[in-house]
Design a protein around this ligand. Structure first.
Ligand code: HEM
Length: 515
């Protein structure tokens, strides 16, 4: 397609390189809008990069509902088998800057924007089912330790392990991150997990707790540490390139989407706190139920407009889908729109990639870059030209029994929140299962090798011993293997509260908690 070169106000220009001068060799002229606009726009090309998850690849595709979930939720989308909605996906590393290597050892972000008829529904997931923290106040501390040292501007092994060893609820994520899952083979050969618990509701007001899993149809492919390190030097864009090429060649990446569900009663009896995203729900007890298919079949035409400007948030939800009381999730509900207003401006939802296909009618007006006009519609709640309000779902009738049950569940939530503040023996069970039950010798050797490659750089003796004591609390043999590899004596396990301490917190509220 040929096009005529123009200024930004659309006037044709003969010569893109020309600048108007006074005479033949004189200074430039202020009247030369073309030249001044060219430089002024260039000067402003950068917007803030994301404070985390800056390096990414992205593409478009669709989500298709494959199974009816109307027994657990009244969300119209999830009962419409065969319904397809357009999706934008963005996969990212977390700690590195926008130019950093795609194969770095890091969790991967796995963000999807589902453009449903009921509004945009964002899945802002990671490629690991658990996370480093369960107390949101720790997030900025934690992220600072994974980024650059304030003085040296270097990544710093001492502050990295200082944070982790002081906050041993991170060990489950550290088991996964330092396995070969920490270096996925590209952005599209991996699974995504909600990590957090959400609530999916029905018209009658009842709900189930859910966790969503998005599993790559070709499996979760990983790189060993040596290959990932080599690629980081030779082809830092390995992940972007392999996703782009897969789509260009028609080899469309696809995923099957599942939900795990738990009733309120099951949550109250579950061994772990459902608001604690350092834990998984065992598949044997809470099976994966398929409900959708997700396919990426379209590369962006313009990366900046379609991927960099995409603004995902766990608070972009649709009716019948609600957040749980998980305090990390609750903090994220605020943090993402807040950073979008800073990064993209107050009207970020009006940018083409973010604008919902569902009609938006509200009282938000004006502000920088108002792209979408609501015309002459009133900018206040008018009686002359009223907006229609959707009636609350029919049939909500909390019987006395339900009111009592929900009130009791409130007490459970209160207790559950409180026990997030203690480290107990429960925190080591799932990491230990990985080491003793799930992994064979090959995976164990890779884990020790991957950890040692990083951990050997720690200089501080206290930090070294403390983190070894965290590994010893998982398994003494694991800790001793790492200790031997860095020439450190064996360290006994970290002392932690018994598993029953978590129940104590709940029991203190006068709520009977039974395992
Ligand atoms: C990106 C904050 C925990 C997944 C971000 C961004 C912020 C942030 C400020 C940059 C967003 C942007 O500029 O567009 C937080 C806070 C957390 C937290 C405060 C905890 C208190 C998590 C967790 C997950 C997660 C637990 C996954 C389960 C992501 C993803 C992105 C992201 C996927 C990249 C989104 C994109 O591709 O644009 N986070 N985060 N974050 N976060 Fe978090």
């Amino acid at each position: 397609m040929s096009a005529v070169y123009t200024t930004s106000n659309g006037a044709a220009v003969n010569e893109p390189y020309a600048a108007q001068r006074a005479g033949i060799n004189g200074p430039l002229l202020l009247q030369d809008f073309h030249h001044i606009d060219l430089l002024a726009h260039f000067d402003r090309e950068r917007i803030p990069e994301r404070v985390v998850h800056a390096k990414a690849a992205g593409a478009h595709g669709y989500f298709e509902v494959t199974h009816d979930l109307s027994d657990i939720t009244s969300a119209p989308l999830l009962k419409s088998v065969g319904k397809k909605v357009r999706v934008t996906a963005r996969f990212s590393t977390v700690g590195g800057e926008s130019g950093s290597a795609d194969t770095a050892r890091d969790p991967r972000g796995f963000a999807l924007k589902l453009r449903t008829d009921e509004g945009n529904w964002d899945w802002v997931f990671n490629n690991t089912p658990v996370f480093f923290i369960r107390d949101p106040a720790k997030f900025p501390h934690f992220i600072h330790t994974q980024k650059r040292h304030p003085q040296s501007h270097l990544k710093d092994a001492d502050m990295f392990w200082d944070y982790l060893s002081q906050n041993p609820e991170s060990i489950h994520q550290i088991m996964i991150l330092f396995s070969d899952r920490g270096t996925p083979d590209g952005y599209h050969n991996m699974h995504g997990y909600s990590g957090h618990t959400f609530k999916w509701l029905k018209d009658d007001g009842t709900f189930v707790y859910t966790q969503v899993h998005v599993r790559a149809d070709k499996g979760f492919k990983t790189l060993d540490d040596a290959t990932a390190t080599k690629l980081a030097g030779e082809n830092p864009e390995y992940g972007i390139e392999s996703l782009f090429n897969a789509i260009e060649s028609g080899n469309y990446p696809s995923w099957t989407v599942y939900v795990q569900t738990m009733t309120v009663e099951q949550a109250e009896k579950f061994r772990y706190n459902i608001l604690d995203l350092t834990k998984v729900w065992p598949h044997s007890e809470f099976p994966l139920r398929p409900f959708g298919k997700f396919v990426l079949n379209e590369n962006p035409q313009n990366y900046f407009a379609e991927i960099e400007q995409a603004a995902f948030s766990p608070s972009h939800l649709i009716p019948y889908i609600e957040p749980s009381a998980d305090p990390v999730l609750q903090s994220r509900l605020f943090s993402y729109p807040d950073t979008h207003r800073h990064r993209l401006g107050v009207n970020y939802q009006q940018l083409p990639v973010n604008a919902p296909v569902a009609p938006v009618n509200n009282f938000q007006r004006a502000g920088a870059m108002t792209f979408i006009s609501q015309g002459s519609a009133p900018n206040y709640q008018s009686s002359i030209q009223p907006l229609l309000y959707k009636a609350p779902p029919a049939g909500i009738d909390y019987s006395a029994r339900d009111v009592e049950r929900l009130a009791r569940h409130e007490a459970f939530i209160g207790g559950a929140w409180r026990d997030l503040s203690v480290i107990t023996e429960l925190d080591f069970e799932q990491p230990r299962a990985l080491w003793t039950k799930v992994w064979g010798e090959k995976e164990k050797a890779a884990y020790v090798n991957n950890v040692v490659g990083h951990f050997k750089n720690v200089k501080n003796a206290t930090v070294k011993a403390r983190q070894l004591s965290v590994w010893a609390a998982v398994d003494q043999g694991l800790s001793d293997r790492i200790a031997a590899a860095i020439g450190h004596p064996s360290v006994p396990p970290l002392k932690v509260a018994p598993a029953s301490a978590a129940d104590q917190f709940r029991a203190n509220l006068g709520f009977a908690f039974t395992f």
